[in-house]
Ligand binder design. Structure first.
Ligand SMILES: Cc1ncc(COP(=O)(O)O)c(C=O)c1O
Length: 298
């Protein structure tokens, strides 16, 4: 695997950072995960805009222009063996003696790697997945895509302890998101999802799903969703770059939905899933694959 670290491309085994990197000491950094389909980075402009928002929220100057980010990502995509990739990039504040106060003038640490993109297998798309509902005990700036993911990791592990693939989170009686995805529910034929706020990550997939709902005239509302509405929903979906749109078919081991469809992906999911795949296919037709920049440009 070829990675990028602070100006150089190298095999991952050679990538090393100093122990006083504030990412290591404090989790003082932000990241992005960008899905790549047939070597095309999906929604790159949106991911770079969210990166910029995360960086400015924690007062790190973006080390690169969008053009430079695009070049580096193109190089990583071309240098790695998979056509479909999950590209991970991380920016930390840099290396400094340990002190809580943000030091000024540090050189940020920039790291990029890629892995094979694994989207849900057909069997999982057809069966749907189990989730549990847990209290959202994370901090109040979940809109920042911070590398400090201990809360998310613990919640995801609590879900796995109960055989679930996701922890769907509620705070003060309202749905926020899940440990690594956003949540949509369906009630009486209307798709509902919470509005963006400091309490959830503004998902790129969340925006894509809303765009698809709008452009296909599918009834939906972006408004606060109560825990009671979540627990009695006809359908629940989670969305993320890796999970795309996936039906959640049990909540706390109880089937989601009612009647004959209970515990199975519902009719609204049967509509949104192919529309999402078509959206991706259209994107791939409209974008040429990326190529590595010629030597000397790095
Ligand atoms: C906490 C959280 N919410 C939502 C998402 C979905 O974001 P995206 O659709 O940009 O992948 C993620 C993605 O990893 C996440 O970690």
């Amino acid at each position: 695997m070829t990675v990028y670290l602070n100006g150089e491309f190298m095999p991952i085994e050679q990538a090393k950072i100093p122990v006083l990197d504030r990412g290591f000491i404090f989790g003082d950094g932000v990241y992005e995960v960008i899905p790549v389909y047939s070597r095309r980075a999906f929604r790159l402009a949106e991911h770079l805009a969210r990166l910029n928002a995360s960086l400015s929220a924690i007062r790190i100057d973006n080390p690169y222009s969008n053009a430079r980010w695009s070049e580096l990502l193109e190089h990583i995509i071309a240098a790695n063996p998979w056509d479909d990739q999950g590209v991970y990039l991380q920016v930390t504040r840099g290396v400094a003696p340990r002190n809580h106060l943000f030091p000024k003038g540090l050189t940020p640490t920039v790291f990029i790697m890629a892995d094979a993109l694994v989207t849900p297998a057909r069997a999982l798309v057809e069966s749907g997945a189990p989730a549990v509902v847990l209290q959202d005990f994370r901090w109040l700036r979940c809109d920042i895509k911070s590398v400090s993911l201990l809360g998310n990791c613990l919640l995801r592990t609590l879900a796995a302890d109960q055989g679930a693939i996701e922890a769907i989170l509620v705070r003060d009686g309202f749905l926020t998101e899940a440990s690594a995805s956003n949540i949509f529910i369906v009630r009486s034929g209307i798709v509902l999802t919470p509005p963006k706020s400091h309490l959830m990550l503004p998902g790129i997939t969340y925006d894509v799903v809303l765009e698809i709902l709008r452009s296909n005239g599918i009834a939906h509302e972006v408004r606060p969703v109560t825990e009671a509405e979540l627990r009695t929903a006809d359908e629940v979906w989670c969305t993320s770059s890796a999970k795309e749109v996936l039906a959640i078919t049990t909540l706390d081991a109880k089937p989601v939905g009612h009647g004959a469809d209970a515990g199975k992906p519902g009719p609204a999911f049967a509509r949104i899933y192919p529309l999402y795949q078509q959206f991706k296919a259209k994107f791939m037709r409209a974008h040429a694959p990326t190529h590595a920049p010629t030597r000397g440009q790095d």
